[in-house]
Design a protein around this ligand. Structure first.
Ligand code: ADP
Ligand code: MG
Length: 295
């Protein structure tokens, strides 16, 4: 007969084998355009992949080509083809640096609301199959607080709010935090200060945002860290490569690697919430409830 503790160990081991592994879904948002959301998403995703994690990056920005431009990819099809049943999700996923997987979202996201229940189920299944060996899904959102941005952000476990030292960036960050809190019950956010001239500037920006949220909202803001303003990032963008790979020794690349290690140490989401299927279900639920994920 098995010792009781041995039996427990085996049961835990078995559950781990059978249960899908938890996936961190991280939405990168911030309200304002041009604060660095796409570059933050791409470089954090590559840096996490370089740590040996299985990472997928979902380009949820409509209209403007984003992740594909920064990485020099030319997607032939996107999520809209999957939704119309013309492609399997696995067929549209592109391989990026360090084994990173990229889902070109593009116009597919706009069509989320028009799906039949069978199509919903198909999409959830497609994502669940794909998510089997994933550790993290990073979602790069568009500027503004459109329904699309909100639906992706509210479905994520972790919300990274990118800010930079411009009044419009702070007011937009505040607006999105307020909306997610008031209408969707999100109360925890991680602030990333981008394009800072010094680490002090990063802390100052975070403190400024905290002063306003502490006064008017019941939310918790954590400081993820800051990313310096660095010409190497612009050079990398021009050569369509992530700066963590194009200029790995630059200050900006080092800070992305530090932040990726920090994220990797966050506690994993637990239970059903921690599965990719949960994210897609929540995403679709919002799109239908609120009459569309269109902008
Ligand atoms: N850390 C940084 N250092 C220097 N320039 C930056 C940095 N982050 C962003 N930029 C500049 O800002 C531009 C816009 O960044 P992007 O990631 O596309 O912003 P968003 O997705 O928020 O619109 C980049 O092309 C780059 O020129
Ligand atoms: Mg962008």
């Amino acid at each position: 007969m098995l010792m009781p503790e041995l039996a427990t160990d085996q049961a835990t081991g078995l559950r781990r084998l059978v249960a899908p592994r938890p996936v961190r879904v991280i939405a990168v948002t911030g309200g304002k355009g041009g604060v660095g959301k796409t570059n933050v998403s791409v470089n954090l995703a590559v840096a996490m992949a370089e740590l040996g994690r299985q990472v997928m990056l979902l380009d949820a920005d409509l209209g403007l080509a984003n992740v594909d431009v920064v990485l020099g990819l030319h997607p032939a099809s996107d999520l809209s083809h999957v939704m119309r049943g013309e492609r399997e999700l696995a067929e549209i996923v592109m391989e990026g640096p360090a084994g990173l997987r990229i889902v070109p979202g593009a116009s597919g996201i706009r069509e989320m609301a028009a799906l039949t229940p069978a199509e919903h189920a198909g999409l959830i299944r497609a994502f669940s199959d794909l998510g089997g060996d994933l550790d993290a899904l990073i979602v790069d959102t568009a500027a503004g607080i459109s329904d699309t941005v909100i639906s992706f952000t509210r479905a994520a476990h972790e919300v990274v709010v990118v800010v930079c030292d411009e009044p419009a960036s702070l007011t937009d960050a505040y607006a999105i935090i307020k909306l997610l809190h008031r209408d969707h019950g999100h109360s925890r956010f991680r602030v990333l200060a981008n394009m800072v001239q010094s680490t002090q500037e990063g802390h100052d920006l975070y403190n400024k945002l905290c002063r306003v949220t502490d006064r008017y909202l019941d939310v918790m803001l954590g400081f993820l860290g800051s990313v310096p303003h660095d010409e190497f990032l612009r050079k990398a963008v021009r050569s369509q490569r992530p700066v963590v790979q194009a200029y790995p020794r630059s200050r900006v690349a080092q800070s992305f690697r530090n932040l990726a290690r920090k994220i990797d140490a966050w506690p994993l989401p637990e239970g059903a919430n921690g599965q990719l299927q949960f994210f897609v279900e929540r995403l679709i639920q919002y799109s239908t409830e609120f009459g569309g994920a269109g902008t």
